[in-house]
Design a protein. Structure first.
Length: 166
């Protein structure tokens, strides 16, 4: 089935929020509700990407862009559409955008027990950069992963490591 990629519109927010709840946040509480997804869609420093087929949304990705670092906030493909290259296509789109924006590195965190995603991100050129115990609601560890796109410039004086996105 043909899949097209496009930027999300505010009316896509409920479907994206439900995918986040069911495919990513299961068991953690629902942090990315429609209003929060709407704000991300409207944020000029964030790309909310939707993969669609005739049946509707098949996957989505959200990435925020800083000056040199981009942060992959959420990323998922519907269970019935996995291992068909949709995740790879969304990642290639995001990496191309990041390169155009002059980004030096893409960072992400994921649940430490999410083995499939760890294998996926490694296949997409990411390397594991550390573990944050209790990152998710004080009870689940996160693995941090990074993909370098180019050599970074010096860190700004006010830079601090990301400790908790929730
Ligand atoms: C991780 C995820 C996004 C991958 O999406 P996908 O569309 O299935 O990925 P692709 O088909 O593009 O896979 C690309 C490559 O990644 C690797 N890969 C992907 N899923 C894999 C799995 N379950 N096991 C092993 N390798 C896997 C393979 O090398 C694959 O290439 P191949 O199919 O030619 O062997 C998807 O499994 C998912 O949505 N999981 C639930 C949500 C989630 O965990 N999101 C990430 C954390 S926020």
């Amino acid at each position: 089935m043909t899949v097209t990629l496009r930027l999300a519109r505010t009316q896509d927010a409920p479907a994206i929020a439900v995918m986040s709840r069911d495919l990513i946040e299961a068991g953690l509480g629902w942090q990315y509700q429609p209003r929060r997804i709407c704000r991300l869609i409207e944020d000029p420093d964030t790309s909310v990407l939707l993969a669609c087929d005739r049946g509707g949304p098949a996957g989505f990705a959200i990435m925020t862009f800083g000056d040199e670092r981009a942060h992959l906030v959420l990323f998922a493909v519907r269970a019935t559409r996995r291992r068909q290259g949709i995740g790879r296509r969304m990642m290639e789109w995001l990496v191309a955008s990041a390169l155009t924006a002059g980004i030096a590195s893409i960072h992400l965190e994921l649940r430490a027990d999410n083995r499939a995603a760890r294998v996926f991100y490694r296949a997409m050129g990411f390397a594991e950069a550390g573990v944050l115990p209790g990152y998710y609601q004080g009870r689940e560890a996160a693995v941090c992963m990074v993909r370098m796109l180019r050599k970074a410039g010096p860190l700004p004086l006010d830079w601090r490591p990301l400790l908790d996105k929730r």
